[in-house]
Design a protein around this ligand. Sequence first.
Ligand SMILES: NC(=O)c1ccc[n+]([C@@H]2O[C@H](COP(=O)([O-])OP(=O)(O)OC[C@H]3O[C@@H](n4cnc5c(N)ncnc54)[C@H](O)[C@@H]3O)[C@@H](O)[C@H]2O)c1
Length: 340
Amino acid sequence: MKLHVNLAENGYDIIIERGVLSRASEELKLERKVLIVTDSGVPKQYAETVAAKCAHPVIVTVPEGEGSKSFSMLEALCRKMLEEGFTRTDCAVAVGGGVVGDLTGFAAASFMRGIDFYNIPTTLLSQVDSSVGGKVAVNLDSVKNIVGSFYQPKKVLIDPDVLSTLPRRQIAAGLAESLKMSLTSDKELYEIFKAGKAESDIEEVIRRSLLVKINVVEQDEKETGLRKVLNFGHTLGHGIEGAEGLSGFYHGECVALGMIPMCSDEMRPELIRALEKLGLPTSVEGNIEKMLDIATHDKKCDGGSISVVFVNTPGSFEFKKMPIEDFKSLMRERFSQYIR
Ligand SMILES: NC(=O)c1ccc[n+]([C@@H]2O[C@H](COP(=O)([O-])OP(=O)(O)OC[C@H]3O[C@@H](n4cnc5c(N)ncnc54)[C@H](O)[C@@H]3O)[C@@H](O)[C@H]2O)c1
């Protein structure tokens, strides 16, 4: 199945197909130098399958984990391309999750002011969300995604077969991002979650999630407005993620928790049931004030107020700009009972 992201000269196709990895050379232009970036946690046969289809492959394996979204790894990738004599017409391919995708995309955007970038996402989170939309970045100290760019891939290949090696907890974390998109924008997708059929119907979940993301990105490529809807659950989610340290809960798990207080009181019990069905957390240990301080210090804050997304009925959303103190009070009221 082919989806298209319509962004004038930056438009591209997304191929969703079991086994597409072994057809990479039919879909991607690999008759040139190809930097294949993967990480140490991704089964190495995926990068090797792609390398076997390339004329001049150069595989770089970075350590798994968020720590690889760093300046030193960015430098390592650029150095490798320089050493191997890459030119403006060569390309980089990410074979991994969001960490590898964000890092490789930023290296591709930076090297010689931009070489072709292909994304082959291998986690569910990266298949439903991060591989599409062109946000590429590295972290600086503990500040996530603070140095980056908008740089669209030339093509995205999604092979649901690679999910067979992904740990169940990572599957659930990816489903959290998809559930997020269903809540704000796709009631039918939400019905799949409510019926407990998300995992058995994974290709449909990937397809529908990407349609939501594509629709948003096409209208607002650089996040000046509508694209902020994708931040649903992320404000408190970032607070939880920061308070936990970057190595505690997975990003998707923090987003799952972060959605709880952003839903209406009527919807919340149903959301909690959906999260439980997926094996996602519905409570967290920690200090709410610390979470709120981190949440309100991030980039969505502006002049004492914060822009957030609420969902009152599944499939629709409301943007609200509110004073930070009001936001904090609402979160205390709606989320304290979910803190252990
Ligand atoms: N660019 C965007 O729009 C965007 C959106 C959301 C999240 N992100 C970023 O994505 C990152 C999180 O991505 P993620 O959740 O994919 O995490 P990740 O890239 O760290 O991957 C999770 C783990 O799964 C392993 N793995 C990957 N594929 C596998 C497979 N098929 N089988 C077995 N193991 C596999 C990895 O080695 C890693 O240990 C964060 O840095 C976040 O900021 C970016």
